[in-house]
Write a protein that binds this ligand. Structure first.
Ligand code: GLC
Length: 470
């Protein structure tokens, strides 16, 4: 026993030293692309647990585009704005009113459990002082300081998990548009004519290797300096997963930072899916998150006033929870770091609702299908409490079908106990009657009312496949 413990302590020490040596001496980067050079990483089955329970995150798109003229990065890529004019916006990127502790307090008030900041968007402008490019908040803008470190510290101090967005592709690196994806051979897709993404002459595999070294180098900086809980990748679509060496990158990232979790935008080598702007119509199979803007833009845009209401945002969140997913709600601060008042109002309104309904949201699992209840729902971890989300004002009792359990109590979360009656059913076939719940007008929440149905044990539902009563 003692010998085993001694051996395992010694083994752990050796592996720590080996890892430290690897961090100090290995060219971080490229060795990572040789699978034989990377010791296998023990997967961390629990590292996703906080994410599964989190339900709400705040996405922050902030960069030189936050002057508000046009969209982040796409503005010059798509030719809405000349390249020079786009990059001239860096002159107004002051971060003069950047107070990340205030962001953290607001996100906490909204009920967020994690946040994700754009450390570098497709334009290649980094918010941290990367040693690998002058395009960064210290060397390339009046901000003149690291913006990632203070964000990480402020979020951590508020108990919010730290996520960093990072675009794999970089439309500012001359080595980036150096090779075509394999499917390009012989195909005449108009995208391949874009100078920022693709070579316009012969391919240059050496340049691509240099770009990958740069890419890995920046990720090593972020991983080892800031130790994010989550990497939110983007921009994987212009090359294949093999060209990016994503399988090896996954191992490398988990070696630098064993508990880090990765979204799926690395050619499928991530830990969870992130559908964008369109809510899934059926429950995704793997852990997931829905990323969505508060208005119609990721970064701040002066012309965009199409804000979602608190009620709409609550509804989106409820639909995510219904399928066991999270919502990552995006805000776009201005160049000086202030948040638009409309966005602050939505976050505060959302917070009123999330705090009042916390038990029905955080740490719950997916609810029951709409055939049983015409609304969304969640279940407590022990599956003995069913939370029914109701978005309207009922004209009569609210029905719930197919519950075989005995009901212990029905109430409104943060409100009164409800009366109910049960009728119908075919007891001899174990088909329960319909539960009709009386929801008084005074118990209705303006954004979403949650009815709490306490059961005598884990939920026992009539299976959906049950043949109709013959
Ligand atoms: C899309 C947009 C990008 C944005 C991202 C967030 O990929 O192109 O600009 O950052 O969505 O999910």
């Amino acid at each position: 026993m003692i010998a085993t413990r001694f051996f395992s302590v010694r083994f752990a020490l050796c592996s720590l030293i080996a890892q430290a040596l690897l961090l100090c001496f290995a060219s971080p980067v490229y060795a990572a692309n040789d699978p034989a050079a990377v010791p296998s990483v023990a997967e961390q089955p629990d590292s996703l647990q906080w994410f599964r329970d989190a339900r709400l995150g705040i996405f922050i798109h902030w960069g030189i585009y936050s002057e508000g003229k046009d969209s982040e990065s796409w503005a010059f890529h798509d030719g809405h704005m000349p390249h020079d004019e786009y990059f001239a916006q860096a002159k107004t990127f002051t971060a003069a009113n950047y107070r990340p502790a205030e962001w953290a307090a607001l996100f906490k008030e909204a009920g967020a459990r994690y946040a994700v900041l754009t450390s570098k968007h497709h334009d290649g402008f980094a918010l941290w002082p990367t040693r690998l490019s002058k395009l960064n908040a210290v060397d390339g803008a009046p901000a003149g300081r690291d913006l990632v470190g203070p964000y990480c510290d402020a979020m951590r101090a508020a108990g919010i998990k730290v996520g960093l967005y990072f675009s794999h592709l970089d439309w500012s690196q001359p080595d980036y548009p150096s090779i075509l994806p394999p499917e390009a051979k012989g195909a005449a897709k108009p995208d391949y004519k874009n100078v920022w993404g693709y070579p316009q002459g012969p391919e240059n595999p050496e340049a691509w290797k240099r770009f990958l070294a740069f890419h890995r180098g920046q990720l090593e900086e972020l991983s080892t300096r800031y130790r994010p809980d989550l990497f939110w990748f983007d921009g994987d679509w212009e090359r294949s997963a093999d060209q990016w060496h994503f399988a090896e990158l996954r191992q490398q990232l988990k070696q630098w930072n064993p508990a880090v979790i990765l979204n799926s935008r690395m050619g499928g080598h991530g830990d969870y899916e992130t559908p964008e702007q369109f809510l899934p119509l059926a429950a995704p199979k793997s852990p997931w998150e829905f990323c969505v803007t508060i208005n119609d833009s990721w970064g701040y845009q002066k012309k965009d006033h199409n804000y979602k209401t608190v009620r709409q945002v609550v509804r989106l969140l409820a639909e995510c929870a219904n399928f066991g997913g999270n919502m990552l709600l995006d805000v776009g601060p201005l160049s000086d770091g202030t948040l638009q008042p409309e966005q602050v109002q939505v976050l505060k309104g959302l917070g009123r609702w999330t705090h009042q309904h916390a038990e029905a949201l955080y740490g719950t699992t997916a609810g029951i299908p709409p055939g049983y209840f015409l609304g969304t729902s969640t279940l407590s971890p022990k599956r003995d409490i069913l939370y029914l989300y109701y978005f309207d004002r009922p004209l009569g009792p609210v029905p719930l079908k197919g519950i075989r359990n005995k009901i212990r109590r029905i109430s409104v979360v943060g409100g009164p106990e409800l009366t109910y009656s049960i009728n119908g059913g075919a007891a001899w076939l174990k088909l329960p009657g319909i539960i009709w719940m009386n929801l008084p007008d005074t118990a209705i929440d303006p954004d979403a009312t949650v009815i709490k149905v306490e059961l005598d044990g884990p939920l026992d539902l009539v299976p959906m496949s049950k043949p109709a009563n013959p």
